[in-house]
Each structure stands twice: as C-alpha cells, then as structure tokens.
Design a protein around this ligand. Structure first.
Ligand code: UDX
Length: 433
C-alpha cells in the first residue's frame, strides 16, 4: 500500500521505517529539513536500539523516502498523523499546533480516496474535530493510537500487545486491517471502536502506568517514615497476579515526553468536559512524582553535611530512562539542576544523552566517563539505571571519590556489592538499606 507518515520524530520515524519493513511504500513527511536529510541518509537523529537497521533496510529497498514537501505525499491511500503534542508553555493542556499544522499541510492533497489515521496522543474529541476540518475534501478519518515505549520502539511497533482502530465505517477498518495484515496474521488482537474510545485508550493507559509508579513511590514515602523496605514490599505486591510486578519499581519516578504531559493534558481536557472530579486523583499522582525529586535532593544534601555549597556531586544518568537519549522532563537532570541551584558543583555522565543534556542544562558540568564524573565528589547519585552503571565495579569508582557515599535513586544497584567495596549506601524508600 502507499502510505504517508506525517511527523518523523520518535513515533513517526519508527512507524515509517516499520511500515516499509512490512512491505508498504512509505513517504515520511516533516517540516524539519535536518531531520529529513538525516533520515534520508539512513541516520536516526535520536538513540533508539535497532531502528537504524530497519531504516537502512527500508531505504535500500526503495520503499522508504523522506521529504519536507507535502505534495510528495499525494496519492498515498493512508496518511498517518505522528506529530508531537507537547504540553503548552502557558497551561497544562496539550499544544495541538503540530496536529493542526499537519492537517493544513495535507488539505491540498486529500481526496475521497484518502484515509487520515491519527496516531499521536491527543485530547479526546480531536479526531472528530479533524474529521470536520477535512470534510470538504471527502477524506475520511480514523484513530489508531500508538503505545510504543522509547528504547523498545521497533519491537513495540512490529509486535504490539494490541491494535486499536477507532473508525466510523467498516471500509475504513478494512483499510487498517490491510495495512497491519502481517501483524494480524501473527495473532495481534484488534479492538474496533469509536473515535472517543480510541483516543481515551491511549491517555488512560498512560494515566494508569503513571498511577502505578506513583502508588509505589507513595508507599516508599511511608517506608521512609516507618523503617520499611520498598524493594521487598514491591516484590511482594508484584507476586499477586492481580497487581503484577511491572511498573512497580520505586525510585525517582517518571519523566519523559509522554507520561508527565499526558496526565496533565488529560486533567485539562476533563476540566473542559466538566468531569474534572473524575481525574482529580491525577493531581496527586503528579505531586507524588515531583516530590521524589526534591526528596532525592534533600537526601543528597543531608549526606554531605547539610549544605551543598562548595561540595561536588557526581551524577550518573541524564536520560529520563535507560536505553534512550531523551532528556525531556528528565527526573535525573531536574535533580542535578536543583543541586546546582543549591550551590553544588554537579558533574554529570550519561552513556547516550550527553549532547541533549548539555544543550538544555549548560550550567552543569559533563564528564566523559563514569569514573571521571566521580573524581573528587562528596556523593555519587545514580539517577538513571543504565546497565553500564549497574555492572560497574564499585571499588574502581570508590578510589576517585572524596567521600564514598552513593544514593541509589532507582533502587538498581547491588547493595551488598557496594557495601563490601566500602561505600555508604542510601536509597529511596529503604531507610534500613
Ligand atoms: C510511555 C508508555 O510506557 C508508552 O506505552 C507510551 O506509548 C509512551 O509513554 P516511555 O515514555 O517510553 O513510554 O517510557 P516508560 O518505559 O513508560 O517509562 C516512563 C518513566 O517511568 C521513566 O522515567 C521510567 O524511569 C519511569 N518508571 C517506569 C519508573 O519510575 N518505575 C517503573 O516501574 C517503570
């Protein structure tokens, strides 16, 4: 099939390359010429394991191209909307400028043979608004939310847990079934529904995941007040199959380009719809999450004698999670900057996210290796649980530190190993650890 993918960020670049992998003829459209140039040369402009190989295979097959010119996408049967919906600078609501811009760019090439399929995370009601806007062209609209996780984007696109099709007509469902035929043959379940449900599945999934993380972090606060151990508590909860162990890892909490802004946009939309009370709990979810960051700062300052002034703090991790170079709303960098603001010299290392971190937080110092970050530091903070850090020999870093104290804000390090190497080990939600 001939497909276009509008917006070639994390979601769109992955979707375009994976659709070509499925055998479709795909054109990726973006307003950023640098992004289009990089992708056209087979370079993924962000760190996503495995995506470069899929991209290069697509380009070599001749079935995948990228352009800044919307006219090049004319003739595509399906146009996937994959643009970003960040938080507005002036409010918690979603900024739909990119969605509106993409629809405007497509308007001249849409006709009665076109199906516009939204994948971006949007406020409920957006699909119906877009349908209204494209009505005169004869094009139809469908909503097919995307659940991919950064770091697992290719796998999540080619082997999703489920596909959700929000459609008005059986003929539109048939087109989506044709697009995803290979995945359906492989047994991927499909749910066919209306626009509102399709839009809500995505935001409520992210709200649930955020709730699970903040729930366990709230329990960590209680552990801190009582001497309990959140790691054992979480393990015990996760053994109940009704609860499940995933997304119950207590620590510094969630960040990134999705969960924080999605729960805020969801609350804002609920307010517009007059059902704000239904989502009032998400305010607490957000607050618990942000409190973990300040708590980590307090713990770090307490461990270096009550004042950050004149002290050196080593930070391991800048990305919002491991296997990503994304620093959008990164809890790690937020903590690093708060310590800098409190007067500390803060030296950061990350295996992949250094360039992105440097451009957003120029006031922090950056080291080329984990050991270099630890040089002369009074405390070491593990803020993003990259495998490299977990496997690191604590004895090697210990020699570089002024004072061998580590704060494991992700509950990821082996306590016994670090203690045996002579470290004072502290962690969130584990007062006795
Ligand atoms: C999320 C959703 O998982 C995905 O389905 C959706 O499409 C986009 O948003 P992503 O932002 O890539 O994906 O990250 P995710 O793996 O969900 O992690 C989000 C944050 O939660 C990270 O900062 C991570 O460190 C944190 N987290 C995750 C925890 O603190 N504890 C956990 O147990 C799990």
């Amino acid at each position: 099939m001939r497909l276009s993918v509008v917006g070639t960020g994390y979601l769109g670049a992955t979707h375009a390359a994976c659709m070509a992998e499925l055998g479709h003829d795909v054109i990726g459209l973006d307003t950023d010429p640098a992004k289009v140039a990089a992708l056209s040369q087979g370079r993924v402009p962000f760190w996503e394991p495995g995506l470069d190989a899929v991209l290069q295979r697509g380009l070599a097959s001749g079935r995948l191209r990228f352009t800044t010119n919307a006219a090049d996408a004319s003739g595509a049967e399906v146009h996937f909307l994959c643009v970003g919906t960040p938080q507005r600078p002036d409010s918690p609501a979603a900024d739909l400028a990119q969605v509106n811009g993409a629809v405007d760019a497509l308007l001249p090439i849409l006709d009665s043979a076109s199906l516009l399929v939204g994948k971006s995370t949007v406020p409920v009601g957006t699909a119906a608004d877009i349908e209204e806007r494209v009505l005169a062209t004869g094009a139809r609209v469908a909503w097919n939310p995307e659940f991919l996780r950064e770091g697992h984007a290719v796998e999540d696109t080619l082997r999703p847990d489920r596909l959700v099709f929000g459609v008005r007509r059986a003929s539109d469902e048939a087109i989506l079934r044709e697009v995803y035929a290979q995945l359906l043959d492989a047994g991927t379940p499909v749910l066919v529904t209306d626009f509102a449900t399709a839009e809500l599945v995505k935001v409520s999934a992210n709200a649930f995941l955020a709730t699970k993380i903040s729930f366990i972090n709230a329990m960590a606060e209680v552990c801190e007040a009582t001497g309990g151990d959140i790691v054992t508590l979480s393990k015990a909860l996760g053994m109940d199959p009704r609860i499940g162990s995933q997304f119950l890892r207590a620590g510094l909490g969630f960040g990134g380009g999705c969960l924080p802004k999605d729960i805020r946009a969801f609350m804002a939309r609920a307010g517009e719809l007059g059902v704000d009370e239904a989502l009032m709990f998400l305010r607490d979810i957000d607050d618990i999450n942000i409190r973990r960051r300040q708590h980590t700062v307090d713990l770090a300052i307490a461990s270096i004698g009550g004042s950050a002034e004149g002290r050196t703090v080593a930070v391991w991790g800048a990305a919002f999670k491991p296997d990503s170079d994304d620093v959008r709303d990164s809890p790690a960098l937020h903590v690093a900057q708060l310590l800098r603001d409190a007067g500390a010299r803060v030296v950061v290392h990350d295996p992949r996210a250094m360039d992105n971190a440097r451009s957003l937080f120029p006031g922090l110092e950056y080291a080329n290796t984990p050991e270099e970050a630890a040089e002369g530091a009074d405390v070491l903070l593990l803020l993003t649980e990259w495998r490299d850090y977990i496997d690191f020999d604590p004895a090697v870093v210990q020699q570089r530190m002024r004072q061998a104290t580590v704060i494991d804000a992700r509950n990821a390090l082996d306590v016994d190993r670090w203690r045996a190497a002579g470290w004072t080990y502290r962690a969130l939600g584990r007062p006795t650890a």
